[in-house]
Design a protein around this ligand. Structure first.
Ligand code: HAM
Length: 492
């Protein structure tokens, strides 16, 4: 884990990102504004001395809070990286934990595709530096669906339902999403219904009537079914409420069209050359402006400057993210060795989070975060960290008699000064148990010091892998260790 952390940090710093420390506890409010249902439902939040606080469920909002509180006078763009534990109340399973470690970056103050390309390049670079191979980055854009939904006159609640269900549409299909939709909007009729639903005809009629005529019609209708409102104090209000209800636009046609659009667009994934022309046709057929596609095209061009191979990257217009603050390009990195929870990294552009959280100006930003435990699992699935640091050769020093102990301390300190990690036997165990212990712990060398050695200014040095033993002068233990290692390496 430390190797992963060091590698990521070195990569981030090579691109000019500076470290930022953030608190684990934040005000719950920070996440209620923009993060979306999925994350809010998983927060560990609590009341403490009349304040509503939580354990951070992610770090981007914290970075933005820190930016607003302390960094707004910094020249832009600002490049920051961070690392630490985050908490989400989920059902624990393989690669899905309630506490896990995120490491990520935020690039604040640049709206250009070049900035998105830089952070994608950076994520890619971190994976390469770790030596991972079986990964794939997928890039999408939340603007395609959200522009489409803006044109339709559907409730904001249904709009955010659709935005959240893009992934479900791609993975589980239209029938699954329709079923889910019916749970929150039972009036939904799917396109197989031939006749115009009755409610819609009534709605249309009442929308055309002027106010007085509509009120009379409602009153008339109520009288016909023996409900008499005259004289009732609340009559006006009751009629007004009934009218609002009847006139409320039926959401079905808009929803049908949205589901069709989502179904078509979510099928588009692959190389830019395959996806972009198809997407263009679909957007033209629905008369949607193509700014999101243009942004993607620019990003593709910028990524090509970095020479990243499309064998590891693809476009996926059905991609959606659990967090709701994204406004533009979004991306994820998936790994083949992770199973269900295949996402190693997630990120994207969020241009209105700073303003929503109370920043002075509208500041665009983009970034991503890795899940460290998942990186570790991915590395293991590929056979361990390639090019990781060699484990240091360790030594155990044991005094045979209590009187030999100061001499053992001296030898230990001498080896430590050479940078060798040394354990000292503080339990005064027998030679046999010290050797067993060293074997179990994988300690490479044991240094034994008894009265005879002490008297001669020597120690016994034993290499645990070959069982080879040597008597050497106390000042020369380090050199002797190096020599024995060299001999062993030569043999192997
Ligand atoms: P996220 O996709 O929610 O994005 O989380 C980032 C990464 O954290 C995921 O790709 C995954 O590797 C890891 N992760 C998420 N949940 C768990 C879990 N329960 N157990 C283990 N690992 C997990 C964010 O949090 C955004 N703040 C990323 C970002 C930065 N967007 C813009 N800037």
């Amino acid at each position: 884990m430390r190797h992963i952390q060091d590698t990521l940090q070195a990569t981030f710093e090579r691109f000019g990102y500076a470290p930022l420390e953030l608190p684990v506890i934040e005000h719950t409010d920070l996440y209620l504004k923009k993060s979306g249902e999925e994350i809010i439902a998983r927060m560990y939040d609590f009341q403490y001395r009349s304040r509503r606080l939580c354990l951070r469920p992610e770090m981007t909002a914290s970075v933005m809070r820190a930016y607003i509180d302390n960094l707004q006078n910094e020249p832009l763009p600002l490049r920051l990286h961070y690392s630490g534990p985050v908490f989400r109340y989920e059902k624990p399973q393989k690669a899905r934990y309630r506490q896990f470690t995120q490491m990520g970056v935020e690039l604040i103050g640049a709206s250009q595709a070049l900035a998105d390309a830089e952070v994608i390049r950076l994520a890619y670079g971190a994976l390469q530096a770790l030596g991972l191979k079986d990964f794939r980055a997928v890039i999408g854009h939340v603007g395609i669906l959200s522009r489409f939904l803006q044109n339709l006159k559907i409730d904001s609640r249904l709009r955010s339902f659709l935005l959240q269900n893009m992934e479900a549409m791609q993975k589980k299909g239209s029938a699954f999403v329709t079923e889910r939709l019916r749970q929150i909007y039972p009036a939904f009729e799917d396109s197989s219904a031939q006749t115009m639903p009755r409610s819609q005809r009534l709605t249309a009629l009442f929308q055309e009537m002027d106010e007085a005529e509509a009120r009379l019609a409602v009153l008339d209708f109520l009288q016909n079914i023996n409900i008499h409102l005259e004289g009732s104090r609340d009559a006006d209000e009751i009629i007004a409420r009934l009218l609002t209800k009847i006139r409320r636009r039926d959401q079905t046609p808009g929803l049908q069209s949205a589901l069709r659009f989502m179904d078509e667009i979510s099928r588009l994934s692959g190389s830019p050359a395959a996806v972009l022309p198809e997407a263009e046709k679909i957007l033209a057929s629905y008369a949607i402006d193509r700014s999101a596609l243009d942004a993607l095209r620019e990003l593709v061009r910028a990524l090509e400057h970095y020479g990243l191979g499309w064998e590891h990257i693809s476009l996926d217009l059905g991609l959606s993210r659990g967090l709701q603050y994204y406004t533009g390009t979004i991306f994820e990195v998936h790994h083949g060795g992770l199973g269900e929870e295949r996402q190693l990294c997630g990120g994207g552009r969020y241009d209105d989070l700073i303003a929503t959280l109370g920043g002075l100006n509208d500041i665009p930003a983009t970034g991503f975060a890795f899940g460290l435990e998942r990186l570790h699992l991915a590395l293991e699935s590929e056979g361990g960290a390639k090019g990781g640091p060699q484990p240091l050769v360790r030594a155990l020093i044991a005094a045979i008699d209590a009187q030999d102990f100061p001499y053992a301390v001296e030898t230990a300190e001498r080896l430590r000064a050479h940078g060798v990690p040394v354990e000292l036997d503080v339990r005064q165990r027998s030679v046999k148990s010290n050797l067993q212990y060293a074997d179990k712990r994988g300690i490479a060398f044991v240094v034994l010091i008894g009265p005879t050695e002490r008297a001669a200014g020597e120690v016994v040095l034993r290499a645990m892998d070959t069982r080879q033993e040597k008597r050497v002068r106390a000042e020369e233990v380090y050199a002797a260790m190096q020599q024995m290692r060299g001999e062993n390496d030569g043999q192997s």
